[in-house]
Design a binder for this molecule. Structure first.
Ligand SMILES: NC(=O)c1ccc[n+]([C@@H]2O[C@H](COP(=O)([O-])OP(=O)(O)OC[C@H]3O[C@@H](n4cnc5c(N)ncnc54)[C@H](O)[C@@H]3O)[C@@H](O)[C@H]2O)c1
Length: 277
């Protein structure tokens, strides 16, 4: 028996990076998957967006594990789109037990007074309101199942403490902690648990790009991945520059499994000790 055998998990931002890894890890442990991703470039993001081919690759990898998957292009900025995907997924797969609200963006980096209103609003729309829309669309289905469930929100170490130049990201990632705690209370009577995960740097396209190298190494004209690595190591207590997507997936799986059946309202760092440094 897998650790989430017979369950259905809804994952946003599932075309690549952590979202794809969560889909595969949960499928390995027996879950069927409902996946969405915007599959577009994010305005203001200094890195290329995921593509429909990326989402198709997630589908291929889940199906290779003999699990079912319903995957659609949809935008967490649009409630109707999110709801349509969840409704379709539940109609095809029969139930909903687990949510991974993972979709997120990283955009322009500047002191707060220099961020444009557009950049600010887009960040809040995706990284905070998008998580709320994801939960809003999913909760009625989990409740209807009557079996309880697990909602896991991907925040960040930037949801626990501050970083200069990304106040929009820090604010959104702190905001989802408030949402997580409130949902944990609201949904406890239905045995639906709600927790958040706070990764340090994760090895995904969100950070493996020149803008991020520059943020970490403002002292260098053209920083390389090696230069980035040196700066990233310093953030963590364990002597590693970053964690891999599967390290976050294993935490999602734990929260989703029966092993965490009485754990709710918890912000869990998966951060190589960055939070205690
Ligand atoms: N990579 C890191 O260092 C790091 C650290 C801490 C937290 N996080 C968080 O982890 C989560 C996953 O990021 P990742 O590292 O896998 O990066 P990623 O860019 O590889 O993946 C993010 C996914 O979200 C999708 N997405 C973006 N906007 C969307 C929208 N409006 N609607 C639907 N899908 C959308 C993207 O297309 C992409 O597939 C994000 O919430 C991010 O903020 C990342």
């Amino acid at each position: 028996m897998g650790r989430v055998e017979g369950k259905v998990a809804f994952i946003t931002g599932a075309a690549r990076g952590q979202g794809r890894s969560h889909a595969i890890r949960l499928a390995e442990e027996g879950a069927d998957i409902i996946a969405l991703d915007v599959c577009e470039d994010t305005p203001g993001a200094p890195y290329a967006g995921a593509t429909e081919e990326d989402l198709a690759e997630t589908v291929r990898q889940v199906e290779a594990l003999d699990r079912r998957i319903v995957a659609e292009k949809a935008d967490v900025r649009n409630f109707d789109q999110v709801k349509a995907v969840v409704d379709k997924g539940v109609a095809e797969l029969g139930r909903l037990d687990i949510v991974s609200a993972n979709a997120g963006i990283s955009t322009a980096m500047a002191h707060s007074e220099d961020l444009s209103e557009e950049i600010w609003n887009d960040m809040i729309d995706v990284n905070l309101s998008g998580v709320w829309r994801t939960c809003k669309a999913a909760i009625p289905h989990i409740k209807a199942g009557g079996n309880g469930g697990s909602i896991v929100i991907t925040s960040s170490d930037a949801g626990l403490f501050a970083y200069e130049n990304i106040s929009h990201y820090v604010s959104a990632k702190h905001g989802v902690v408030g949402l997580m705690r409130t949902l944990a209370l609201e949904l406890a009577p239905d045995m639906i648990r709600v927790n958040s995960i706070h990764p340090t740097t994760v090895n995904t396209p969100m950070v493996t790009n020149e803008a991020t190298y520059k943020l970490f190494r403002p002292d260098l004209e053209n920083p390389t991945v090696e230069d980035f690595k040196q700066a990233a190591v310093v953030m963590n207590a364990l002597p590693i520059p970053w964690v891999e997507p599967v390290d976050i997936s294993n935490a999602v799986l734990f929260f989703a499994s029966e092993e965490a059946r009485y754990i709710t309202g918890v912000p869990l760092p998966v951060d190589a000790g960055a939070a205690v440094k």
